[in-house]
Design a protein around this ligand. Structure first.
Ligand code: CTP
Ligand code: MG
Length: 230
């Protein structure tokens, strides 16, 4: 079986909103519901573990989730201080029969069933994958003083997205390894890489953006409007 861990335990500081960004409305529906519904719809997902912030329990359970039928959400658990700790909490709660784990940012509501499928197929074949897209701009790697260190070839640089998907044992081992070695990663694939296991990139979608700052919400609405029209 395949498990999705959906992360919604951040604080959303860069969004500068009154409430955690996952509960802001996107075309009249909370962002986190958009995200959960894509995973709920995917026939390849068997269970969803939702990781939330302790302070949002009431808001999430009583005011948001209750209104939507999400039968695959089997557990709602508290997150940790850092994203990595939230993932670790999620991993501790997955069904023992789970073979593939997808880890996804609740703040990426425009994920699609196609991306989920590619990630699961990729994880089965390669063990560890991340959704991503080739970069459009040229990237400069800089030094601390702001001068350019070097310019990587554009074709070699990809933007990382989520979902990231793994064989269960690999991601559990990677988090154990990170805890032992005191590694704090900004994504889960990084922990797998540091453990010495190869990660394959699978093609995501430029539209699979992470809602981080207020203008991202405007972009996401525009994308949804455009999709509905077509
Ligand atoms: N996240 C989490 N637990 C944390 C930190 C982040 O579950 N301790 C989740 C967020 O809820 C989000 C995803 O990880 O869905 C990506 O993180 P980010 O976009 O950075 O969200 P926040 O940390 O909430 O925002 P900010 O960094 O602006 O405070
Ligand atoms: Mg953050």
């Amino acid at each position: 079986m395949n498990t999705a861990i959906i992360l919604a335990a951040g604080k959303g500081t860069r969004m500068k909103a009154q409430l955690n960004k996952q509960y802001l409305l996107l075309k009249g529906k909370p962002i986190i519901i958009h995200t959960l519904e894509v995973f709920e719809r995917s026939p390849l997902i068997d269970e969803i573990i939702l990781v939330i912030n302790k302070n949002d329990v009431e808001l999430c359970k009583k005011n948001v989730l209750k209104k939507y039928r999400l039968r695959k959400v089997t557990k709602i658990i508290n997150g940790g201080k850092e994203r990595q700790a939230s993932v670790l909490n999620g991993l501790s709660q997955i069904n023992p029969k789970s073979q593939i784990v997808l880890i996804h940012d609740g703040a990426r509501p425009l994920v699609t069933e196609e991306i989920i499928k590619s990630c699961i197929e990729g994880a089965k074949e390669y063990g560890a994958v991340s959704a991503g897209v080739p970069i459009k701009d040229t990237v400069k790697i800089i030094k601390e003083d702001g001068f350019v260190n070097f310019t990587p070839k554009r074709k070699d640089v990809w933007i990382t997205q989520t979902p990231q998907a793994f064989k269960t044992e690999i991601i559990k081992n990677a988090h154990r390894f990170a805890a032992t070695e005191d590694i704090l990663g900004t994504d889960d694939a990084m922990l797998v890489e540091q453990m010495g296991v190869k990660v394959k990139m699978v093609v995501g979608d430029y539209e699979n953006l992470k809602i981080t700052t207020p203008e991202d919400l405007i972009t996401a609405e525009a994308i949804l409007n455009y999709k509905r029209r077509w």
